[in-house]
Each structure stands twice: as C-alpha cells, then as structure tokens.
Design a protein around this ligand. Structure first.
Ligand SMILES: [Zn+2]
Length: 172
C-alpha cells in the first residue's frame, strides 16, 4: 500500500470519498485493494416468457433460472463482509443472549461502487477465485445473495460515494 494512501487528504486537499472508496476497492499505487470480483444480476421488471400468472415460473427455466423476471449480469469488484458488530445497519437481529461478534450466516453486507448501480431485489453471486483473486474458469458460482435494502452513502453536497447492500442468502 502506498504510504500516503490514508494521509493524502488534508485541509487544503479534502478527500474525495468516492475516489477514495474506488481506490480502496480496486487498489491504487501498489495497494491491491480489498474488493473481490462478484456477479451482479440486475433484475428487470419484465416477466420472463416462462412466467404464468397462475402457476408462477418454472425453476428450471433456462432463460431466467426460476427468477420469473428477465435480468442481465455484470461483473463488479466489491467488498463482501459477514463480520458484523452490534447493531450495524440492522443487518442482524440483536439478541441479548448473543455474544458480540455473533455472525449470521444468512446475512451479508456488500459495499459497491456507485458505477455498479445496484437496487433492491437484484442478486449477487460470489464466484470461485484463484489465489491471486482472479476469476477461476470455468466460472463457478458458490454463493447467491439477494439485496434486500441499500444504503447510499453520501458526503459533500449529498454527492453519492458508495452503496452498502444488505443481503440475504438464497440457494445458488
Ligand atoms: Zn423464465
């Protein structure tokens, strides 16, 4: 990591949070970045051809994979985490009986760049990566997550900096 990664912003040169976040995800100046490659399945509002108003959709539909709606997929670098502390963004139900640091295997937070433009209802797949963090071929989907809610993180003049996606696990 570049020595000045965290200190390059100062009074005369205020941080551009959007750029800082992108650098944190993608890497910058010798720092590899904390992002990992994910697949974002962006759901459309158009029903798939398989959808039947009475029967629903076929789970083995080769066009929509049982989603009922058409979609398009794109690859993104994002930060994925399941290590919640207490009370962070409501991603987990807090119980007095649970010790701090309890992790709910069914919930995750995914930090995404604004260029990803995620929305609630979209799906995220984690894919198998090699040791260098690159995609492993053939592409193997290992986890599926549904975005339940999104917080858009803003800074100066309400400029959008990044998204936090609150996700719930689905069957792959
Ligand atoms: Zn279909």
């Amino acid at each position: 990591m570049a020595d000045n990664f965290w200190t390059q912003a100062n009074v005369n040169n205020p941080a551009d949070l959007r750029t800082e976040f992108d650098h944190l995800i993608d890497g910058y100046g010798g720092f590899d970045g904390i992002g990992q490659i994910l697949v974002l399945r962006k759901m459309s509002s158009d029903f798939c051809v398989c959808y039947d108003t009475v029967q629903g959709s076929s789970s083995d539909c080769k066009y929509c994979n049982g989603e009922s709606y058409t979609w398009a997929e794109t690859y993104h670098r994002a930060y994925f985490t399941q290590t919640f502390g207490r009370g962070i963004t409501g991603a987990r139900e807090q119980s007095v009986l649970e010790p701090p640091g309890y992790m709910d295997e069914g919930k995750a937070l995914v930090y995404m760049k604004i260029s990803a433009i995620p929305k609630p209802g979209d799906k995220i797949f984690r894919v198998r990566l090699n040791d260098a963090g690159s995609l492993y071929y053939p592409i193997e989907r290992i986890e599926k997550w549904k975005i339940n809610a999104i917080e858009d993180k803003r800074y100066d003049r309400a400029r959008l900096a990044y998204y936090i996606c609150l996700c719930e696990r689905e069957d792959v």
